[in-house]
Design a protein around this ligand. Structure first.
Ligand SMILES: *[C@@H]1O[C@H](CO)[C@@H](O)[C@H](O)[C@H]1NC(C)=O
Ligand SMILES: *[C@@H]1O[C@H](CO)[C@@H](O)[C@H](O)[C@H]1NC(C)=O
Length: 244
């Protein structure tokens, strides 16, 4: 009995909570764990420009443990520096702390998501290399087709893309990603949707590379066009990140 107690204390000491499920309980909790926008700014690979939170929290808001991101059609926006037209304003957040998979360790990352699969809407929940690209681990993304997509990139063109039908998008679904080292350099990523294992993928040379966790609602781009002329909502709750 005494021995068992010590064992469980040891495992508690090793598992370390990085982001708690209370992170969307208030703006102070949100802003303790996340910054607004992408790590590199407001624009990326679609027709939505991310807006930093304003005093009225128009695009990124939290309420009773749920994060809500809204994308709104908005004309008259300048194009991105890469010549991408902007037709929406939306929101993104990224973790203040980066996550680095060290030898013999890993992360359990999970949350509940209410995400649209309509054409032209591209909600995403992903990890992106803070220093280089790849790494990229798409823990869940919905690219306007009715499917959910899971990806780990080895190079910009070598990835084990896994698409599967996404049921009842109006409901919340639980996603869980278990990231572990496979050897001294590579990682293994196991994906679960609503408690069911979906796919296992591998990332080459991911060990020791810091990753940002990003939650954003992009529009059009890879999710097709035209996107909706009405507001699009993306919600996340019960998010947690634990180092194991
Ligand atoms: C998930 O979030 C909902 C709403 O905030 C809450 O009622 C529920 O208890 C949470 N579930 C877990 C497993 O934390
Ligand atoms: C990615 O790299 C891992 C580790 O080297 C390897 O096991 C896996 O097959 C690679 N996947 C692809 C799609 O290249």
């Amino acid at each position: 009995m005494r021995f068992l107690t010590l064992v469980s204390l040891t495992s508690v000491a090793y598992a370390q909570n990085i982001i708690p499920t209370s992170c969307f309980d208030s703006y102070s909790s949100l802003e303790q764990h996340f910054n607004y926008l992408y790590p590199w700014g407001s624009d990326h690979n679609g027709a939505a420009r991310m807006v930093a939170s304003s005093s009225n929290h128009e695009f990124v808001s939290v309420n009773s443990g749920t994060l809500t991101i809204v994308a709104k059609p908005r004309g008259g926006q300048p194009w991105t520096s890469r010549g991408q037209p902007i037709r929406y304003l939306s929101g993104a957040i990224h973790s203040k702390r980066t996550l680095t998979v060290e030898r013999g360790s890993g992360f359990d990352i999970e949350g509940e998501f209410q995400a649209t699969t309509d054409r032209g809407t591209w909600p995403a929940f992903w990890l992106n290399g803070a220093w280089t690209w790849p790494p990229e681990i798409d823990m869940a993304e919905w690219k306007g087709s009715g499917d959910i997509t899971f990806n780990v990139f080895n190079t910009s063109t070598s990835l084990m893309n896994h698409d599967t039908r996404y049921p009842s998008p109006q409901n919340f679904h639980r996603m869980r990603t278990e990231i572990r080292t496979e050897n001294d350099r590579d990682i293994r990523v196991k994906y679960f949707m609503d408690g069911i294992e979906v796919t296992t993928q591998y990332g080459r040379d991911y060990v020791g590379k810091p990753l940002h966790l990003i939650i954003n609602l992009q529009m059009e781009g890879s999710s097709g066009s035209p996107g909706p002329n009405t507001d699009t909502y993306y919600r996340v709750r019960n998010l947690s990140v634990n180092r194991v």
